[in-house]
Design a protein around this ligand. Structure first.
Ligand code: CA
Length: 224
């Protein structure tokens, strides 16, 4: 899951982006509204966390501009004041949800999960392919009831594959949604992560769920 965090206060931005990275999210940070619009124009984010109080262009302006441009990415607005007017303005500008600062990190994670659930066909936190289960809330993975230990990054890679099961995902798509801007596309990091995932998920089983689509990319699907 790739996320754009728009926050001008460095201390808060560092705290949030470090915490989200520990949970396997790929995070880019913009420190003002115009930078946020630039980022959103070049990358396809899964979610945008947008502070309402920004220097220059306010969060509500950023949100309204993105919606006018046709960007439908879920937006979680961060507001410092627990004022009804602020929240109403945020939601009216196109934000999907808001969180009042200061907030507990666990609540931020829960709100992000809730927004990601709004994609069609996703009703809960548990994704499933054949006997493989991924719980997006706890990051717990199991296959045929046996727990599998993944790193946070492997977990997010698996989550991305499973949210788009049966679809071929190119390395570029994977890079854009699982890694952030600092990712070096020339490296074979994705292949290495896929190999590690396969070792943990498929090696002990006859039916292989992660498939290589020659010349295209990877796909996770039930064995046919
Ligand atoms: Ca701010």
């Amino acid at each position: 899951m790739r996320l754009l965090l728009v926050e001008d206060e460095t201390r808060i931005a560092d705290f949030i982006s470090r915490g989200l990275s520990e949970h396997g999210y790929a995070v880019d940070v913009a420190t003002d509204g115009n930078e946020a619009l630039d980022w959103a124009a070049v990358a396809d984010y899964d979610i945008i966390v947008l502070d309402v109080m920004l220097p220059g262009l306010a969060g509500t302006e950023v949100s309204r501009t993105l919606r006018n441009r046709g960007v439908r990415t879920p937006i979680l607005m961060l507001t410092a004041r627990d004022a009804i007017e602020d929240r109403v303005k945020g939601l009216d500008s196109g934000a999907d949800d808001y969180l009042v600062k200061p907030f507990a990190f666990a609540e931020l994670l829960a709100r992000l999960r809730a927004l990601l659930r709004r994609e069609p066909a996703l009703t809960g936190n548990v994704l499933e392919v054949a006997g493989l289960k991924f719980d997006a809330a706890t990051m717990e993975v199991s296959r045929d009831g046996v727990a599998i230990d993944l790193t946070a990054k492997e977990g997010r890679l698996l989550e991305y594959l499973m949210r788009h099961q049966n679809q071929v995902l190119t390395r570029t798509m994977i890079a854009e949604h699982v890694w952030n801007y600092d990712f070096d596309n020339a490296t074979n990091v994705i292949d290495v992560h896929i190999r590690n995932l396969r070792r943990k998920i498929d090696d002990r089983f006859t039916d292989k769920l992660i498939q290589t689509v020659r010349g295209a990319g990877y796909r996770i699907a039930s064995p046919t």
